[in-house]
Design a binder for this molecule. Sequence first.
Ligand code: ADP
Ligand code: MG
Length: 241
Amino acid sequence: MSELEAMAATDGETPVGPAALRLENVVRTYDEAAGKLEILKGTNLTIWPGEIVALVAPSGTGKSTLLHLAGLLERPDAGEVYIGGVAAGGLSDDARTRMRRVDIGFVYQFHHLLPEFTALENVMMPQLIRGLDKATAAVRAEQLLAYMRMKERASHRPSELSGGEQQRVAIARAVANVPRLLLADEPTGNLDPKTSHYVFEALRGLVRASGLAALVATHNMELAGRMDRRITLQDGQVVEM
Ligand code: ADP
Ligand code: MG
């Protein structure tokens, strides 16, 4: 077992615990001049630890909205979001922020790495914000970058990295605090097919090794085909494909 797997805090038993993510009758509407825009109409979704789920749906159907709700960046108009079995709706903003930092990792289409910091420092950052000491954060960041085959590039700044390398650093950063749930919004949307394939394989390897759950919005059917499950949005509902 690798150190990474050891850090995933499993004891070798099949985990019998709460879902990593559960949406229960989630409603999300936007008020537009032309009237109410109903994006999610009371939808349900459960993702278990260890699962990688593809969210495949046309632009404008609500993929990002669903990810923002799951990531506690927005609140639903009705319904409940559970992270690791804990209902987020009743929590204070502070408690939600803590949950977002500790339990959830995000990867976006554009990497959002801090330009003035190295790859290593970017992966250390969420750990330092969480309160870990520098030495511990550096060790973990090195391990994650090595896992993403980015060890040799650890001292480079984002501008000195290719798009695929930047996304691999962004993925390492997203899992730096060992979240329960990784949310990725078209993480390979800016990359060519070959690089997409490589970056996704690295992401999948990391999810498999650490036992976290991942929800990945993508337009790439080849990637979707390599995930455990595929869901789409139809008429404001999450539907299995
Ligand atoms: P996707 O990620 O699938 O492309 P989004 O979740 O970004 O879709 O958006 C779904 C729909 O909701 C779109 O029609 C979009 O214009 C609308 N929308 C998203 N965010 C807002 C907002 N903050 N205010 C109003 N409308 C929004
Ligand atoms: Mg989107």
